[in-house]
Write a protein that binds this ligand. Sequence first.
Ligand code: BMA
Length: 334
Amino acid sequence: MSTTEQGKTGFINDFQLERHSENPLLTTADFPGASSVFNCGQTMMGDETILLVSIGHRSGSYRGLPGSTTHVARSADGVKFDIDPEPFLKKPDSEPFSKLVGGVIDTRVTFMEGWYYIIHPGGGRPWGTLGILGRTKDFREFEYMDVVSLPDNRVPCLFPGKINGYYMRLDRPYRVAPNEHHTDGNIWLARSPDLVHWGHFRPMLTPGFAPWARTKIGPTPPIRTEKGWLTIIHGVALSCAGYRYALGAMLLDLDDPERIVGLTRGSILSPDAEYERIGVVPNVVFTCGAIADNDADRIRLYYGGADTCICLATGSLSGLIETCLSDGPPDSTA
Ligand code: BMA
């Protein structure tokens, strides 16, 4: 196992993503009236890097609640971003979406068959939090498709194409405790003939495989590599200081993605920089995906720091894959 123990913060991996020297790349100052800046969905459209950045406003809107907005940020070099002034995702007019979508956070983007599919959480009170699917071709026009998961399952992450005749996705259903804090939640696999109807559910990974992921875990859309489906995951540890969000990765078998062939036991990015430790929600590095630059053997991860800024971390793609493989499959799956 390639992990080393780092004092009280738990395990971090020998393989660490490197923070970009210009971090944070986007802050509340880049969005007039913003009080918080979240996560973000990410993809390439041609040569352009696209981020979906969700914003809470000083007027009081926050975290996917009505009034919060999600904007497209576009970049030619992956570092300097132009932000579309008009929100890309707004509260929709048509049923059932108008009932289930206030504002949007945590967008997961998957490109397949000429469309960018986006799943984001919806619902909330009184329904519970569920996954809503829509799609765009250009990050200007967006169409909602359907509600694709029941509460509480807010993070369905699509694979970028059919495998063995089925669309597939990673889920993270969870239970909400009486104090309304999320509890547990495991990663599952689901299959579908058409992206709307889902079944063949299989359990894959449960929290607790490492100190940084002992309380909660969650997936992002898998990326195809020669050695397997690479999936960045987040892990949460709860202590007397509150939640601490870190990132790791897992590798899934190409033909049988239910099988985890590698899992980083240490985190590959944890909240250590000031802009990750101090902000609206302290001690958070959180991402909704990653971008693989295969020719450059590089993985780029745009992530939210402390729910207050967007940052970039990079690393060797093959290095991360090898780390997953050398750390090996989880000792026991659910
Ligand atoms: C998660 C996500 C992230 C956020 C984190 C901490 O559940 O919603 O976008 O960064 O909580 O607030």
